[in-house]
Design a protein around this ligand. Sequence first.
Ligand SMILES: *Cc1c(COP(=O)(O)O)cnc(C)c1O
Length: 364
Amino acid sequence: MTSESLPRTAESPNDPVGVRDAVRAVPAYPFTPVDAPIKLDQNESPYDFPAELKALAAERMLARPWNRYPDLHADTLRERIAAFEGWNPEGVVVTPGSNVLIKLLTELAGIGQTVVTVSPTFSVYTLEAQLLGARLVQVPLGADFSLPVEGLKAALRENPPGVLYVTQPHAPTGFADPQAAVRELVEAAQGWVVVLDEAYHQFSGTDYRDLIRAGGNRIGLRTFSKAWGLAGVRLGYALSTPTLAAHVQKLVSAFNVGLLAQTALEVALEHPGYVEDRAREVVAERERVLAALGGHPVWRAHPSQANFFLLRTPDADAAYRHLLSHGIVVRRQDKLPGLQGCLRVSIGTPAENDVFLAAARDFR
Ligand SMILES: *Cc1c(COP(=O)(O)O)cnc(C)c1O
């Protein structure tokens, strides 16, 4: 059989046949790396993992065998995380980044079922729902970026169950809802798997562990990529009941977390003091930058409880290019619903933030 006689399911003649329509329909992860001296586009820590801890991790790495598979489910690391979080180790699941957990949780409770989240939202929730062919229901955020609690409760009532994604503080807006709103929503989601993504909690001071602990269907997501300054190592974790964690763990590929990540994270968890100090600096810098932007003639910064904020501009492309001409790369968010003209700006070091503020003042 020649290729001419095959049924033409591909969108372009070069597109391989056999790929599921859901996968074809989804665009690649919307990120293009841009080289600029000041990187304020990925909400990373502007500071590397402390050099002395890196050295300690490297030393420990050298002493361990590289020819052997690591811990099957990274049990030592799970125990360290459990001790750090005051959690039952059997309720902890670790993966190379919490993005992997979002995929697994969509596999757990989204495939053939429903994924409910807000709009705009963290792109990975919707990307995975689409890739895995889940029914995706998005409810628009309030005008002030608050959770649309009534709208979400209606979506939970009107759709067959699945998984509900809630982010606190929210991404990409940085908004933290009143605790009562989050609790009301989570408590209304009986029969759903409720995921509370707390990727930025160190910058908001919010902590929903007690809410997670109180319900058998709830999962908290946390990551080492932001406040811990370890985005390059790739490690995130879920906190839930042992029963739910055991189901999630079945979906994790064997030997998922490599030796480097396990070792680096064990060291980080033995010396976690730097995280709080840095988070405190980021929060102070965030408030300084937001206050300084208060008097800007055309740009308006939205308040935030995270390590980034949204900057509303009359022309996102012009503002983006202006910042880039000053050596600063930020993230465009202006194509997202409700975010016309918006750029997302991460908080950098004090010196980087000064350069950003000078560039902002320079814009007419
Ligand atoms: C950055 C971020 C994460 C972390 O993803 P990792 O895969 O752990 O790096 C998770 N959720 C949200 C909303 C984020 O912004």
